[in-house]
Ligand binder design. Structure first.
Ligand code: FES
Length: 157
């Protein structure tokens, strides 16, 4: 089935495209608008973005698969991304991950049965000073402990 943005977001996309001298420059914002609307970027959405920006689909897939901020499938209502890079690892990211897996009863890549949370790992998010950290949706949570994680999850439900 062909993908289309809502009229409102299509207007936003046109405004973004108009900002750049080269249409290709709107690729990341276009993918972000798609994801903001549907929660992920489907193959049909890739075709839509490619056509709208007059780009080969391969170029759209190249950007889409390079950046971990883009999802290729529907996720839970909240996306928990635990940083497992060196600073976070040295300060206990393995324990954070283990705790979350047990608490949510899912593995990395999984979504809870109620559809509330999807758990992922991610490379350094640039908040090493607050290690161990995780990103939930667009928020950073740092210096994680089991108590802090419990509180974060409780507030998100
Ligand atoms: S290593 Fe985790 S934020 Fe940098």
């Amino acid at each position: 089935m062909a993908f289309n943005l809502s009229i409102e977001r299509e207007g936003e996309l046109k405004a973004v495209i108009a900002r750049y001298p080269v249409t290709r420059s709107a690729l990341l914002p276009a993918l972000w608008l798609v994801q903001d609307e549907t929660g992920f970027v489907s193959d049909e959405a890739v075709a839509y973005v490619a056509k709208t920006l007059d780009l080969p689909e391969a170029d759209v897939y190249g950007a889409l698969t390079f950046y971990t901020m883009f999802n290729r499938r529907k996720l839970g209502r909240h996306h928990i991304q635990v940083c497992t890079n060196i600073c976070c690892w040295l300060r206990g990211s393995e324990d954070v991950l283990k705790y979350l897996k047990a608490k949510l009863n899912i593995d990395v890549g999984g979504t809870t049965k109620d559809g509330a949370f999807t758990l992922s790992t991610v490379e350094c998010l640039g908040a090493c000073g607050g290690a161990p950290m995780m990103m939930v949706d667009l928020e950073y949570y740092e210096d994680l402990t089991p108590v802090k994680i419990d509180e974060i999850l409780k507030n998100l439900k």
